[in-house]
Write a protein that binds this ligand. Structure first.
Ligand code: NCD
Length: 301
């Protein structure tokens, strides 16, 4: 049973492992019958104040597979455009029977504030808050890694690119460390790397790709940069873009991951993104399975 999922540190290792296991069970039984969810659950509300394709649709498909009803508020035509606060929007939907809220928002930390205010009455799932956290992406990435590599402790994982602005990088690091991974390398230009933290090394040249088992490529998040200098972008492409040549520096059986959306020809070439080592579409599929496991934990009777 889980009341909220705001960040990976809300979960224990055992809970993460049980969701990975449950997601794999759902892969075999896409529309399971023996659920711990009854038909009389409150409705789930999807509130996406920021753009999304994968995350929103997979939460919706996952709920559908579990026979959990959801509504999808179109923020652009909702009363938030008449300056209704997010708390009032939640209270309003709550009064109509919504009990679970999946929220994506551009403000880092907003899910914690919402949970402080309304967490007794409703359950909240973070679908990405600013540059802070994206726990379900972290979980689906761990599911993908587990399926391919079967264990975490001896893995060498590179996180390539714009980690400082990435909520995915932060959630992946937290999840990898919780599952016992000890070699995590941030790779990219100095100004784009997350600051020093225990158990994570920082590298400003691509030789750190050597011996990697996994490369998690990040989108260059132009919308989060105050100014996009074409020269900086060009340098990034020259020095770090994941192309076939660079991929050869890693282990022969390295897998390539990317949370999407991908910018072809920027952080990754089409050849690599569509190549046999790419897990990108597998991650998308796993997004539905892991969100089924998350919904089940939250909505369990
Ligand atoms: C990510 C996000 O929005 O945080 N995408 C996703 O959820 N699959 C990563 C990104 O936008 O770069």
């Amino acid at each position: 049973m889980l009341k909220h999922l705001i960040q990976i540190s809300d979960l224990t290792r055992v809970q993460i492992e049980s969701m990975i296991e449950r997601a794999q069970m759902f892969e075999k039984t896409p529309f399971p019958k023996n659920l711990h969810i009854s038909g009389n659950q409150p409705v789930g509300a999807l509130l996406f104040y920021e753009n999304s394709t994968r995350t929103r649709v997979s939460f919706e498909l996952a709920a559908y597979a579990l026979s959990l009803k959801t509504i999808n508020l179109d923020i652009h035509t909702s009363s938030s455009k008449k300056d209704e606060s997010i708390l009032d929007t939640i209270r309003t939907l709550g009064a109509m029977g919504c009990g679970y809220f999946v929220i994506r928002h551009s403000e880092s930390g907003i899910l914690a504030k919402i949970t402080d205010a309304l967490g007794e009455q409703f359950s909240f799932i973070n679908a990405g808050d600013g540059q802070h956290a994206h726990p379900t992406q972290g979980l689906l990435d761990m599911l993908t890694l587990y399926q391919q590599k079967k264990s975490f402790d001896s893995l060498k994982v590179g996180i390539l690119g714009d980690s400082i602005r990435s909520r995915v990088a932060k959630s992946d690091i937290a999840a990898l460390q919780c599952l016992g991974c000890r070699d995590i390398r941030l790779i990219g230009p100095e100004a784009w790397l997350l600051p020093e933290m225990p158990g994570v090394t920082r590298h400003t040249d691509d030789t750190a790709l050597e011996e990697l088992d996994v490369i998690i490529t990040l989108r260059v998040q132009k919308e989060r940069m105050t100014h996009v200098d074409p020269q900086v972008l060009d340098n990034y492409i020259q020095q770090f873009q994941l192309n076939s040549e660079r991929l050869k520096q890693a282990k022969p059986n390295v897998i390539v991951m990317h949370p999407g959306p991908i910018n072809r020809g920027v952080e990754i070439t089409s050849e690599v993104a569509d190549g046999s080592q790419s897990m990108i579409l597998k991650q998308v599929r796993n997004g539905v399975l892991i969100r089924m496991a998350v919904w089940e934990k939250i909505a369990k009777n």
